[in-house]
Design a protein around this ligand. Structure first.
Ligand code: BG6
Length: 513
């Protein structure tokens, strides 16, 4: 029997869909917006990991598309990115052959003629490499280019091949609010059939996120207590210590609610709260997720908190406030912190508050889910000495999504000695200890799944619209009611005092992380 300390080789981690070592058909991956950070830091390193693990087809090519005339510089830059972000070194046997598969094509995304040239370029490349008709278009551009790219792929016959499969991966943010998400869905689905569309949320590529479902549904002991009879409340925290990292213009139009809560945090919430799906097929999993989001009651403005960081100290270094960041308005109202209290009105969860928070420039980087169980009756321990009944704290299951990946169960234990004294103790599962560490960044699994046509870990149009339906009234309320006291938390702290006050009003407080 496997024990928690059994070592599993890193190639078994993150990269392979359960039960298979399937290798996709020969494919060209076309990345629009390839000169951006995402391609160099995440996508190419992820593809390189797949190559190292023998999970890419032999006939394979990557074409970066962007406006700048980069030519051969592009492949050289990607090579540097692989060395830096994929833990590769110069002597790695896959390096040169992989870099040879990288091409670059310069064009303006709204230049319709250029798509004809692109098609010819891809056809020639496919012939040269024996790839055939399979294409994976990856839209990693600024969101305003999604529409022209999709329309032009349709107009120029790139979305429906004569042979092979064509798929489109679309990065977040998918829309700006409910209306724009619906409009984008309409445009996407007028060019691509839904089965060709892969709306990506890289959180779903994280091992620890997928493991929520394994933890809940592959074990007999947790599911029985996973409901309103036993759970007092649930907290989800997605805290980052970094700021906006030079992305001022993007972040000014986004804010924490759009950037992280509508997608990453809502995905986490759906995995924690969903009913068991009938299978792990895309339609079954997505159906259960949408049911969760649709059961969430409209969120009252009083159950929302926004914050913005001022100057402060992070990791011992002074940092500027949000309004002093490059290309940020000096009186910006954009929130860099958002917290919500919400309730899921269904048989499993009615009456159990879910508190969620996400923010930049917080005390530390930690994404964690806390399941706080109800207190047991304490009367038999009321006369206990020492810490006595005070030592009894609620049982907790905490799922550490990152960076110290693992799961902890907290329970009370008798302190050794002649007295009946009780102390909380932790049982801990650590990914690194049990399985060794993995350099996978989450995109490996998702890119592989997209090439294989498996949409289980991607957002569906109904899901995107359901989460935007929840967020949009909050965004509208916030836009109509600016607050005067921004910035309201110092960088390097745990966010605005109003966030603590929201929980205090319910007689609770955020768990210290
Ligand atoms: C991205 C957001 O989607 O997720 C970033 O745009 C954020 O602002 C990032 O920093 C967080 O991802 P991770 O994997 O570092 O938690």
């Amino acid at each position: 029997m496997a024990t928690a300390h059994m070592k599993v080789s890193p190639e078994d981690l993150s990269l392979v869909p359960p039960g298979s070592k399937q290798i996709p058909e020969p494919t060209i991956i076309v990345i629009f917006g390839a000169s951006g950070d995402l391609t160099k830091r995440k996508l190419l390193p992820a593809l390189y990991h797949l190559e190292q693990h023998g999970l890419l087809p032999k006939e394979f090519a990557i074409v970066g598309v962007a406006r700048r005339p980069l030519g051969g510089e592009f492949a050289a830059d990607m090579r540097a990115g692989i060395l830096e972000f994929a833990d590769a070194n110069e002597s790695d046997p896959h390096l040169e052959s992989f870099v040879e598969k990288i091409r670059y094509f310069a064009m303006n995304f709204d230049d319709s003629d250029a798509y004809n040239h692109l098609r010819t370029e891809l056809d020639n490349l496919a012939k040269e490499k024996g790839i055939g008709g399979n294409r994976l278009f990856y839209l990693a551009t600024a969101p305003e280019y999604f529409t022209p790219i999709i329309e032009n792929l349709g107009i120029h016959g790139l979305s429906k091949p004569s042979h092979g499969s064509v798929r489109a991966v679309i990065e977040k943010p998918f829309g700006h609010d409910l209306e724009s998400a619906k409009e984008l869905n309409r445009q996407v689905n007028s060019v691509f059939a839904e089965r060709q569309v892969f709306r990506i949320d890289h959180y779903l590529g994280k091992e620890t996120v997928q493991n929520i479902l394994v933890f809940r549904f592959a074990n007999g002991i947790f599911e029985n207590v996973w409901n309103r009879n036993y759970i007092d409340h649930v907290e989800i925290t997605a805290a980052e210590s970094i700021g906006i990292e030079g992305r001022g213009p993007f972040y000014e139009t986004a804010g924490a609610l759009r950037d992280v809560v509508q997608n990453h945090v809502m995905e986490l919430l759906s995995f924690v709260a969903m009913e068991p799906p009938v299978s792990f097929e895309a339609s079954a999993v997505r159906a259960e997720k949408v049911k969760v989001w649709r059961s969430i009651q409209p969120i009252h403005p009083a159950d929302t908190v926004r914050g913005q960081y001022g100057p402060g100290v992070v990791d011992g270094k002074p940092v500027v406030g949000y309004r002093q960041e490059d290309r940020v308005h000096p009186r910006s109202q954009t929130e860099t912190y958002a917290a919500l209290r919400l309730e899921i009105e269904n048989w499993r969860w009615a009456g159990v508050p879910f508190y969620i928070r996400a923010g930049k420039r917080l005390s530390k980087r930690v994404t964690e889910i806390t399941i706080m169980f109800k207190q047991p009756p304490l009367s038999i321990f009321k006369d206990a000495e020492g810490k006595g009944a005070e030592g009894i704290r609620n049982n907790i299951i905490s799922m550490r999504i990152q960076p110290d990946e693992g799961i902890t169960l907290r329970f009370g234990a008798k302190l050794p000695g002649p007295n009946m004294s009780i102390n909380p103790v932790n049982m801990n599962f650590s990914y690194a200890e049990a399985f060794g560490s993995s350099s996978a960044n989450g995109y490996e699994r998702l890119l592989l799944d997209a090439m294989l046509g498996d949409a289980t870990l991607f957002a569906h149009r109904d899901g995107v619209e359901a989460t935007w339906a929840l967020m949009t009234p909050i965004l509208e309320y916030w836009a109509a009611n600016p607050i005067k006291d921004l910035p309201n938390y110092a960088a390097g702290t745990w966010g605005p005092p109003t966030s603590d006050a929201m929980l205090k009003a319910d007689g609770r407080k955020w768990r210290k992380l």
